[in-house]
Design a protein around this ligand. Sequence first.
Ligand code: GLC
Ligand code: MN
Length: 342
Amino acid sequence: MNSKYLFTVTDQAFVTLGTNDSLRNHMTSRKLAILITSHVSSVMRTVLSAVFDEVIDVDEIDSNDLVHLALLKRPELGVTFTKLQCWTLTQYSKCVFMDADTLVLCNVDELFDREELSAAPDSGWPDCFNSGVFVFRPSLKTYSLLLQFANEHGSFDGGDQGLLNSFFNNWATTDIDKHLPFIYNLSSSAVYSYVPAFNHFGKDAKVVHFMGSAKPWNYQYNPRTTTVTERSSTPGPQNQLSFLVLWWKIYSASILPLLEKLKGTEGSESQREKIPTGNQQKVTSGRQSPDVTNSITELSIQLKPEEPSAEDERRKWEEGHIDYMGKDAFEHIKKKFDAFLQ
Ligand code: GLC
Ligand code: MN
């Protein structure tokens, strides 16, 4: 699957820490790599290995900095320190990191013309860069300096973005070429904080970033009407709905069929052989919505455990009627996976 595109540049890659298949749709000439932690279920790993060129296991690194994370009102973001391990991918000379909650709208291979550390301004504090999309050069030396810096100084937001901004602290002032245009990391919050600018420039967006705690996978999608609706517990901006619909279209066209297929072959010998043996029982409940790492588990939880009628269940699922507290609860899914993986 990796060599299906001509002119592939083998020593450069887009890297993510979660699910992101939209680059593939835009015929990138670069590799796609994903870092995953042991919290990702083996079913989802199998799906990811069909989408990405490289699936790389990494340890979860948590800043455990609850004080700063509380300031950000995002206690779940301590695990974004895991992202730092992208600097260990020295099989590549240059990479572009993209958060799992980004959606790529067109080919962005020109990002590889930029140097470390190139990133777009953060809409909340534009003298800081947003760490959802950045160009970097893997290097074990940089990686160990980053860890050392983290130990000595911590992160002002408790996540990777605070740390990286302190580490690459001349980003705002030194080299304008390292400022990516905002259209490479269009934050969904900016859409409603500066509507006239969005109306004027938004059509040129290349990468949309679903920042904040309301992620695309927290919404309900109806494929028949191709509409996305909020769950009552998920407050979020309404004017990013077209991007949400696009996210769901890609997810239901490219990922759901793989999940369904995998489910369909449950128990068959060939399938069992393909599934890696490590960490298979670890499926989280998905009740929280961390920015990056757990997005994979969020998606995996949407597999249904018991099926009175496959057809009926599928329809219910597609309409967003997932019984998280009842038959689709984590315990039931886990039981099913455990039985399947034994
Ligand atoms: C912001 C960034 C995200 C980062 C987080 C923690 O939400 O968009 O990429 O992981 O801050 O620093
Ligand atoms: Mn993000």
